[in-house]
Design a protein around this ligand. Structure first.
Ligand code: GLN
Length: 544
């Protein structure tokens, strides 16, 4: 029977609940257990797909096309297990389900209420689709005390009651701040947060205390006493140099031991942490540096491109290189300032994006990379912009653009139905913007003897998509005559999936998002190859 671990957070957000959940999952896996990690998000959006990355960070896409919270990406990268639609739910998703049922008459005669209808739906989600997993780790988004969190906390309280208290474990993550002025670590915020949780009927079994310095025994004792948690279950987590150290440091703090002992599981097998140790050593001792310029709109918020940043680091790991990311706001990029802005980067990456703002800066940067033989990697929107740049400057279609920016152009990129009138119904014609894109895994067939077929060493690939617009296949021959090869297509040959430029060290655009499938222990071949190309072109020895 599966055991359930609920992870809540207190005091402030961004304490690393996602990373803690993912690290625990990995440690339990390494001790021989099957795990699944889920995220329950209290906000009212049905999914994060319509949220601005400035607000909420990246939208992570699963194989089965769910637009999910970026923490799902952490879970996948740490456990190697691909998440599914049923691993992330929001209040919006729950309510829209319940309201649909209410309209259908499923509750006929009854009053629909938060308790029991919403809480029941949350409980159903928690154990939905559980097969032979030993542990289900559920992270609750937000912090204790948020109005939106209440139904979730009530649901997990009930869940633990329903399944037997000893089959569910509550972990609460809090902040133990250090006050410079008095030179003290403060436990009061933790005490208050736990008090709040207990007022909702939840007694935490383990408290993870995030702190910038080690927490001495006296403070731990205080937390243990005031929060009613055994001192062995007061676990500290101090800042680590790289996220790959987190599982090692949690194991040192005996998090996995305490979890097993709570469930009365006798497991003598200590986890083999060598893969985490090796990767930490590699990340902390790179042979050389490589500087990559990321040109996008959301450069000020680090989490906006979380999986992309991780995938680039993975590409660095596979080449023993440290990848330094220089984030450049595409809105500030003009043909006249490109050279100085890109002077210290040896690879240019244009990630996914939406909307016209900043697009001309991206197109100018692509032109610069194309003409100056700088390795270029365009992802989704980045590929579409590369095609537009090539249409304008190689095919001489001066007003080439995408119908995403309006109809006043020659749309080399557009909605499929715009040029294949009803031949094949594509997502995107619906009025709603939520969940109406080409989402999730799609096949692509690679062209023989192309750069891309060498990179993948495969003939057919499956990659995750999240876009509405497509490159118009009718320009294929014209582009190929000019050296821009359509080196992967959808199996029916209608949708360009990858483009590459001949006579250039490395110029690749992909219509999908390879970053979602890259994992630290199996870096995505496209990122390994791009980083390698960028390093050949000017990686610096020891940063000099
Ligand atoms: N805006 C583009 C589209 O919808 C690209 C999307 C993306 O980069 N994810 O097709």
């Amino acid at each position: 029977m599966a055991r359930y671990v609920f992870v809540t957070g207190g005091v402030v957000s961004s304490l690393g609940k996602g990373l803690s959940s993912a690290s625990l999952a990995s440690l339990l896996q390494l001790r021989g257990y099957k795990v699944r990690v889920r995220k329950l998000d209290p906000y009212l959006n049905v999914d994060p797909g319509t949220m601005n990355p400035f607000q909420h960070g990246e939208v992570f896409v699963t194989d089965d096309g769910a637009e999910t919270d970026l923490d799902i990406g952490h879970y996948e990268r740490f456990t190697g297990i691909s998440a599914t639609q049923s691993d992330n739910i929001t209040t919006g998703g729950i309510y829209s389900d319940i309201i649909k049922k209410e309209r259908r008459g499923d509750y006929l005669g009854g009053t629909v209420q938060v308790v029991p209808h919403v809480t029941d739906r949350i409980k159903k989600f928690i154990s939905h689709n559980v097969k032979n997993e030993d542990f289900i780790i559920c992270e609750i988004g937000g912090t204790v005390g948020d109005i939106e969190s209440l139904p979730f906390l009530e649901a997990i309280r009930q869940f633990s009651n329903d399944t037997g208290r000893k089959n569910s474990l509550f972990i609460h993550l809090t902040l133990v701040p250090y006050l410079k002025a008095s030179g003290e670590l403060k436990t009061k915020p933790t005490q208050h947060s736990v008090k709040e949780l207990r007022s909702l009927g939840i007694q935490p079994d383990i408290i993870i205390c995030r702190s910038e310095r080690e927490i001495p025994k006296t403070e731990r004792k205080k937390i243990s006493l005031f929060c009613n948690v055994h001192i062995d279950n007061v676990i500290e987590t101090v800042d680590v140099k790289t996220i790959y150290e987190a599982p090692i440091s949690f194991h040192k703090e005996k998090l996995d031991d305490q979890v097993l002992s709570y469930f009365n599981i006798k497991n003598k097998k200590s986890p083999d942490l060598s893969k985490w140790k090796n990767i930490t050593t590699k990340v902390l001792n790179p042979k050389r540096n490589v500087n990559i310029g990321i040109i996008g709109k959301y450069v000020n918020l680090k989490d906006a491109y979380k999986s992309l940043d991780e995938a680039l680091i993975h590409g660095g790991i596979s080449n023993n290189l440290k990848v330094n990311l220089k984030r450049i706001d595409s809105e500030n990029l003009k043909p006249e300032n490109i050279k100085p802005l890109l002077k210290d980067v040896t690879g240019v990456l244009i990630p996914g994006g939406f909307g016209k703002r900043g697009s001309e800066g991206k197109i100018a940067a692509i032109k610069y990379a194309r003409l100056n033989s700088i390795p270029f990697f365009g992802i989704c929107f980045g590929m579409q912009m590369a095609v537009i740049e090539a249409a304008r400057n190689l095919l001489n279609i001066k007003n080439a653009s995408t119908s995403e920016f309006g109809n006043n152009c020659t749309p080399v990129v557009g909605l499929l139905e715009e040029w294949s009138k009803g031949k094949k119904k594509m997502k995107g014609s619906e009025k709603n913007l939520g969940g109406t894109m080409r989402l999730g895994l799609y096949d692509a067939v690679l062209k023989n003897n192309s750069l891309i077929s060498k990179i993948y060493s495969e003939k057919k690939i499956k990659e995750r998509h999240r876009h509405r617009y497509e490159v118009n296949i009718k320009y294929k021959n014209d582009f190929e005559k000019k050296g821009l090869i359509f080196s992967a297509l959808s199996p029916d040959g209608m949708l360009p999936e990858i483009i590459e430029l001949k006579n250039h060290p490395w110029f690749v655009g992909v219509q999908f998002h390879p970053e979602f499938k890259s994992r630290p222990f199996t870096p995505h071949p496209l990122f390994s190859s791009f980083i390698k190309a960028a390093s050949i072109n000017g990686g610096k020895i020891n940063g000099k």
